[in-house]
Write a protein that binds this ligand. Structure first.
Ligand code: BG6
Ligand code: MG
Length: 218
């Protein structure tokens, strides 16, 4: 385990801080059902960390026919309407275990905290969870050119915090996200499945199990 004194922490949102991965999956499942097909459970992992259009293309691998660009745009918009409907039920109770406590500890220790989420709904989710105040910088997915696994979003977050990537720790629940962190030259903490996230430098089942003293000077 690394004992470096990292000075910033950059978090993925869905599946690391917010219990929202299930809402993305449910929304895609309902879109598939409308179109007359079903998606298997593996799609849940496959769309983690993956931007909206790429996720739709994964979902459509299970469809019986090809879809035009216009049809795809309509389906992606419909999925987003369902997702927005589902996240209206979010409250501060939907913060994943350990996330708020970790953010508060890091804030008290003067460690920078940024968000690097592929979701265009990230600010709405953070507001619903009442976590906005705990972040110094939010990388805006709307202005990111290359989706995860490309490092751009994690690099943008580090730049926003004015911290060199080598001094940052990234937290991710998705395979594409861990690749993004590693490509950015950061220390990667995988949150979740040890098999899915084996590329990470450190893997924890959830943020309760993450010991901040292993990476940061508190
Ligand atoms: C990521 C999720 O955080 O955001 C993906 O893990 C999702 O499953 C992506 O597709 C894009 O989200 P949105 O809210 O912009 O459709
Ligand atoms: Mg995620």
């Amino acid at each position: 385990m690394s004992m470096r004194n990292y000075t910033a922490a950059i978090f993925d949102l869905d599946g690391v801080i917010a219990d929202t991965a299930r809402f993305h999956y449910l929304s895609w499942k309902s879109i598939a059902a409308d179109e007359g097909f079903d998606i298997p459970k593996v799609v849940d992992d496959r769309v983690k960390g993956v931007d909206r259009m790429t996720s739709l293309n994964i979902v459509l691998e299970y469809a019986a026919r090809a879809y035009s660009t216009a049809e795809k745009e309509a389906l992606a918009a419909r999925k987003n309407e369902r997702y927005i409907e589902l996240i209206t039920s979010l409250t501060s109770d939907d913060v994943l275990p350990g996330a708020r406590e970790l953010l508060e500890q890091l804030q008290q220790a003067g460690i920078g905290r940024a968000l690097a989420s592929a979701s265009r709904n990230a600010v709405a989710v953070l507001e619903a969870l009442q976590l906005m105040d705990l972040f110094d910088y939010i990388a805006d997915a709307n202005y990111i050119t290359y989706p995860k696994p490309h490092p751009e979003i994690f690099l943008t977050a580090a730049q926003g915090l004015k911290v060199a990537p080598v001094n940052c720790v990234g937290f991710e629940d998705a395979e594409a996200g861990v690749t993004s962190i590693k490509s950015a030259g950061m220390f990667a903490v995988g949150v979740g499945s040890a098999t899915l996230l084996r590329e990470a430098d450190l893997i924890v089942p959830d943020l309760v199990q993450f010991d901040p003293a292993s990476c940061f000077r508190l």
